[in-house]
Design a protein around this ligand. Structure first.
Ligand code: ADP
Ligand code: MG
Length: 454
């Protein structure tokens, strides 16, 4: 039997015993070669290697015998063309003399820890990563300006700084400047009041690469937009690189003037989507490694399965776990992680029933309708929102949420939650409405909640 045929039969066997999601996660990117009675499973990276070894080795060995009809040894290897786990960034030792490029880095206000080598790539961030790499190797070239957009904690600032750090690595005499749109605004404000606009223009118009973070902050600030527009044009006309990030696309930034908006739209727009489970696991595993801790893969998976896409939030959990583990001298296990995360989430316990009532009230429908099977959009949309909020705010399982919503099965809940996630990503108005509703439910906006009718 050829390698391919053997892998084909083995895959079908695996698919019959594992669920599809599990199979796709761990085996859709693997292949098999056979040599002298030893079958070698080629996997994309270290994470896969360890995970498959720990969880599927026996299953694979038995399956191999079954499909090949003879005993076979199984080994695992990382496929030759894939990158090894990135190493932790090398930071300058504290007492070493400061070199020119270190001074430059300081001037640039770049975070030296955000580099390409510790940015992990998956399907959700492939495009943005590739665009940033291209810009870093050829600033002012084909992708100018580059506009990176995506939700909170998905890696925008990391990528933006990685571009700047790489440009400085390649050319220590380059003038790179990173700043948030908020600082840009404050600088302009100060310049207008105290130092004169010339100093501002001197600072921002004489760089080789301007990296402006969270540009959505310019929405509604006409004076700053005007100044940015001129800064942009000056830099662009001299072939200087501009990279900006935003939490939404240019056209969705409220009160962003047409002039500025169209400048961005002429460049390359690249989005960052929420990471999948595997990428979340890899990132967590790596972040722990950077702190000298080898995180159990089952713990990484447990954290990755928390209903947060925000990597910053996941890192925050990791920091808590590491702190507890160091203070109490205990190992980080799934059990320990689950206790801590529950206690973190317990601070503001919201009941599913409350969420249903609040959402019903917000949309002026009856809570009973939300729990019913009625398919009319007037009811089904609030129902999906309530399911989404339940998952997001209480971390309850899909199964339990289904029960609270009039005994629906877990796939209905999953579908509802996914639908809302899609509309948050694709529809600005819906995302704003949902954000306000979330503030309303969590009491952040201190709005008195009245009991729902019925
Ligand atoms: P944003 O600016 O989009 O809100 P950040 O760039 O601040 O997000 O990222 C939040 C945290 O997540 C940072 O610590 C960053 O290093 C980490 N992070 C995000 N994406 C990745 C990735 N693909 N690989 C490694 N770390 C990541
Ligand atoms: Mg950021």
């Amino acid at each position: 039997m050829s390698n391919q045929a053997l892998w084909g039969s083995l895959s079908s066997h695996l698919l019959s015993v594992l669920n599809e999601h599990e199979f796709n996660t761990w085996f859709s990117r693997t292949s098999l070669t056979v040599n002298d009675g030893t079958a070698t499973l080629l996997v994309p990276n270290y994470l896969f290697l360890n995970w498959i070894k720990d969880n599927y080795h026996n299953l694979l060995e038995q399956a191999l015998i079954l499909v090949s009809g003879k005993p076979m040894l199984l080994s695992l290897a990382i496929a030759g063309n894939s990158a090894p786990l990135p190493e932790a960034p090398v930071l300058p030792p504290e007492n070493e003399p400061v070199s020119l490029s270190d001074k430059k880095r300081e001037y640039s206000s770049l975070n030296p820890r955000y580099v390409f080598s510790n940015f992990l790539v998956g399907s959700s961030n492939k495009l943005a990563h590739a665009a940033c790499k291209a810009v870093a190797s050829q600033p002012g070239g084909q992708y100018n300006p580059l506009f990176i957009y995506g939700g909170t904690g998905l890696g925008k600032t990391h990528l933006l700084c990685a571009v700047g750090n790489a440009i400085l690595d390649n050319n220590p005499s380059a003038k790179v400047y990173y700043c948030s749109a908020e600082n840009f605004t404050n600088d302009l404000f100060k310049a207008v009041r105290f130092d004169g606009v010339n100093s501002f223009q001197e600072k921002y118009r004489h760089v080789d690469c301007l990296l402006l973070d969270d540009i959505q902050f310019l929405g509604g600030k006409e004076r700053t937009q005007e100044e940015f527009f001129h800064t942009f044009n000056t830099l662009y006309n001299y072939g200087k690189q501009i990279v900006v990030t935003s939490d939404k696309m240019p056209k969705d930034i409220i009160y962003l003037g047409k002039k500025v908006c169209s400048r961005f739209e002429c460049g390359l727009l690249a989005d960052l989507q929420p990471p999948d489970e595997e990428l979340k696991m890899s990132i967590l595993y790596n972040k722990a490694l950077e702190r000298g801790i080898e995180l159990g893969l089952n713990v990484a998976q447990f954290l990755a399965r928390q209903p947060d896409s925000n990597i910053r939030a996941l890192e925050w959990y990791l920091t808590k776990l590491i702190a507890v583990s160091e203070i109490q001298g205990v190992e980080i296990t799934v059990e320990m992680a689950s206790k801590i995360i529950n206690s973190l989430a317990g601070g503001h316990k919201i009941k599913l029933e409350d969420i249903i009532n609040i959402v019903a009230e917000y949309f002026s429908v009856a809570a009973e309708d939300i729990k019913s099977g009625r398919k009319h959009r007037e009811v089904s949309y609030p129902r999906q929102i309530a399911m989404y909020m339940s998952r997001k705010l209480t971390r309850t399982s899909f199964l339990e949420i289904g029960k609270a919503f009039g005994n629906k099965d877990h796939s209905t809940v999953l579908k509802g939650v996914k639908r809302i996630e899609v509309s948050i990503r694709s529809n600005y108005e819906a995302s704003e409405q949902i954000r306000r509703l979330e503030e309303y439910i969590t009491g952040e906006k201190n709005i008195k909640i009245i009991n729902a009718p019925g």
